[in-house]
Design a protein around this ligand. Structure first.
Ligand code: DUC
Ligand code: ZN
Ligand code: ZN
Length: 477
């Protein structure tokens, strides 16, 4: 087995920072050594990485991705190969993707299909949540076996009637089943039927541009669904994790529930920290006109900056009213995909690609004083690992953990986008983050002991990533 020594860096964890050299043997971290105090004498490692002046952090864990998701008559444009490669470039070494079951399909078939898509194709380790898009006796029975498959969380949708939607009775039944097994319920909390009425009315009155996607998906309908999900979880005893929170009023619902001692959690995504409905309204290009805003059509939608949603998300990350940042990575190209909705925003496939930039975009929050260095590590790696049953192996730099390590240079710089000298490796014909500048840089990435990225070059391999059977969430009570 080969050894790697990362010297001179500052190891940052969720709880502090320390000067330490990190010794890796094969796929695992074996020691953290105070500089100049090695009890083993001089360590003659096969590879030495100089991290002087840099941060040494656990590899990012992105707990919300959708490679190849079938959506809106097309599929998300990143495969497990292209998406996990882009993730590695950006310092993410683990993803948890969503296996899909739709109404009338068998959960086991959906899961088997997702294994087929991912196996042998990933550059980094991966796990699955299970989407239950059709709650019925059959899918409820299938939930009995999820934990044995290493799937300890599943997602329901209160949005998308006719596609993934569950009504309240279905949500309740699934949550009861989740309580029996210790599964964590992940909720897409938007009132889908109400949204569909508003969206139809807007379209019928000629309001068809991408901006109206966000108008139809009003914050009230996120707040209302979040509250309903919290109450349904309460009545069933199910722990709840609300995905892609974007409305400040939804955060207020989570905070109020947590203050009452309810076991509820929430994530937000980079798009809800940085991008706004006003940006979308103002977007225009020679090629696409005001359809340019389609590149930011995602659900939940971008929210108004004037109304203060973005500030509220940063605040909630500081106060722990929100616990994590995932991407909801669901990329679609403008050509042939987003343009399906050129005449009607309802037909624009929903999603933004961010898997490559989450670590950087959150680090920019450290630079601007929104979060601390330790909170950065907690949000991008440690809490996702704890929330989704991976902690110990992932999310921490400690002896025995997988050697998923990022050397991050705070004096470096990253220019995001498709232009010359910019960073973009996701399989998209545009970047939702074009022109973003980051005061920091992912220098070196190790995935289970192998150097997968160095000097802006990908050195990893398709198939290096293994399937992670996950344990139960540490947040169950
Ligand atoms: N939201 C998105 O933006 N894309 C896929 C599904 C979802 O809920
Ligand atoms: Zn969702
Ligand atoms: Zn999602």
């Amino acid at each position: 087995m080969s050894t790697t020594l990362i010297t001179g860096g500052t190891v940052v964890s969720a709880t502090g920072r320390t000067q330490a050299d990190v010794l890796v043997d094969g796929e695992r971290i074996v020691a953290l050594i105070s500089p100049g105090a090695s009890p083993f004498g001089t360590i003659d490692a096969d590879l030495t990485i100089d991290a002087t002046g840099k941060y040494v952090i656990p590899g990012g864990v992105d707990a919300h991705t959708h490679m190849q998701l079938p959506f809106g008559g097309t599929n998300a444009s990143d495969t497990f190969e292209t998406g996990t490669r882009a993730a590695a470039w950006g310092g993410t070494t683990t993803i948890i993707d969503f296996a899909v079951q739709r109404y009338g399909e068998r959960v086991q078939d959906g899961l088997a299909h997702w294994h087929e898509l991912a196996a042998g194709n990933c550059a980094i380790d991966y796990g699955f949540h299970q989407i239950i898009g059709g709650v019925d006796d059959d899918s409820l029975k299938a939930m009995d076996t999820l934990v044995d498959e290493g799937i300890t969380s599943y997602k329901l949708f209160m949005a998308y009637p006719g596609v993934f939607y569950s009504d309240d009775a279905q949500v309740l039944r699934a949550m009861q089943k989740a309580t029996d097994h210790g599964l964590l319920t992940m909720m897409h909390a938007e009132n889908g039927p109400a949204i569909d009425v508003l969206a139809a009315q807007l379209a019928e009155s000629g309001k068809t541009s991408p901006y109206y996607h966000g108008i139809a998906r009003a914050w009230q309908l996120e707040e209302e669904a979040t509250h309903r999900a919290i109450m349904l979880a309460d009545v069933t005893g199910a722990p709840l994790y609300v995905v892609h929170v974007s409305a400040k009023q939804a955060v207020e619902q989570l905070a109020a529930a947590r203050d009452k001692g309810r076991n509820v959690y929430g994530e937000t995504c980079p798009q809800y920290l940085y991008l706004s409905l006003e940006d979308q309204l103002g977007a225009s290009s020679e090629e696409w006109g005001d359809f340019e805003g389609a590149k930011w059509v995602c659900s939940t939608p971008l929210r108004s900056r004037e109304e203060g949603h973005q500030d509220a998300m940063w605040q909630a990350l500081r106060t722990n009213d929100l616990q994590m940042v995932s991407t909801d990575h669901c990329p679609f190209c403008m050509k042939e995909q987003k343009e399906l909705g050129k005449d009607d925003f309802r037909a624009i496939p929903n999603g933004i690609g961010s898997i490559e930039h989450r670590v950087d975009l959150l680090y920019q929050g450290v630079v601007t004083g929104q979060i601390t260095l330790e909170r950065w590590v907690e949000l991008i790696a440690t809490t996702p690992a704890r929330m989704f049953g991976l902690y110990g192996r992932k999310g921490v730099i400690a002896p025995g953990a997988d050697a998923d390590i990022v050397v991050y240079d705070p004096a470096g710089h990253t220019s995001i986008g498709l232009g010359e000298g910019r960073t973009h490796h996701m399989n998209m014909d545009h970047s939702a983050w074009e022109g973003y500048e980051i005061d920091g840089h992912v220098d070196v990435v190790l995935a289970r002991g192998s150097v997968v990225v160095v000097d802006g070059e990908f050195r990893g391999a398709k198939g290096h990533g293994s399937y992670l059977k996950r344990g139960l969430s540490q947040y169950l009570i």
